[in-house]
Design a protein around this ligand. Sequence first.
Ligand code: CO8
Length: 261
Amino acid sequence: ARSYEYILTSKPKPGVGQVTLNRPKALNALSTPLITELNQALREFNSADDVSVIIVAGSERAFAAGADIKEMAPLTFSEAYTKSFIESWSDLTTQVKKPILAAVSGHALGGGCELAMMCDILYCTENANFGQPEIKLGTIPGAGGSQRLTRAIGKSKAMELILTGKSFSGIDAEKWGLAAKAFPSYEALMEGVTKTAETIAGYSKVAIIGAKEVVNKSQELGLRDGVEYERRVFHSTFGSQDQKIGMKAFAEKKKAEWTHQ
Ligand code: CO8
């Protein structure tokens, strides 16, 4: 595998690629070089035939403590605007077709919280520390936090969190529906996320990618257009080999052997 400075990559299970943010001295603060490496690793997993699902994790202490404040501090408006500062962070949501599971332990603040919310399934520990504290720095969320947090937990709560900069726990994140599940420990989190990734990777890649695509469309389209979009993709699955294989295996009471075609 390629070697990176700020991230680690691994394949913990068949069909599963993992990126672990690894800049411990800065609590995984998301500097431009780190994001560049993350995007590179995600692109490689996205095109790798032996990967169906991707995990993005941090350390036990920090998923990511935000954008790199020291890098941002001297940035001028014209630099930020003309160079589209932060835009490449969204590569995760625009370039990667395979599901991405976030494993959040410790701090997920500012851009760290936003990165976790860009992922397709968010798992965390009960005492994970989420928040959008940008207001304390004289700025506002810049990587989708105001949009994704509001869609996930509703306007009043999101407004309160973004205007006060207060953090919230993994228990809250689960209760409010931001996280799919909060686990009691870091070990349980990593075991749980890996197990879900393995389950998903056991299905047809064609169906996995279709399912992710249609669920994400629900965030963009109105209900009528969304349902129609879903139906078109559903229809198109009948053009795959795996739909035939899956339904034949069911009728014969056998395990489906996917071709991913
Ligand atoms: N950027 C750069 N360095 C950081 C960051 C960060 N976001 N977070 C932590 N670090 C560094 C610290 O400076 C420290 O370095 P050093 O040892 O050299 O002093 C090291 O990591 C360890 O941190 P602490 O000593 O502070 O550790 P504590 O356990 O005492 O505290 C906290 C942990 C509470 C997480 C604390 O570090 C903290 O408050 N960090 C900043 C959190 C924050 O405000 N994040 C939001 C940043 S803004 C943002 O993400 C905007 C994203 C959207 C982009 C919009 C652009 C306009």
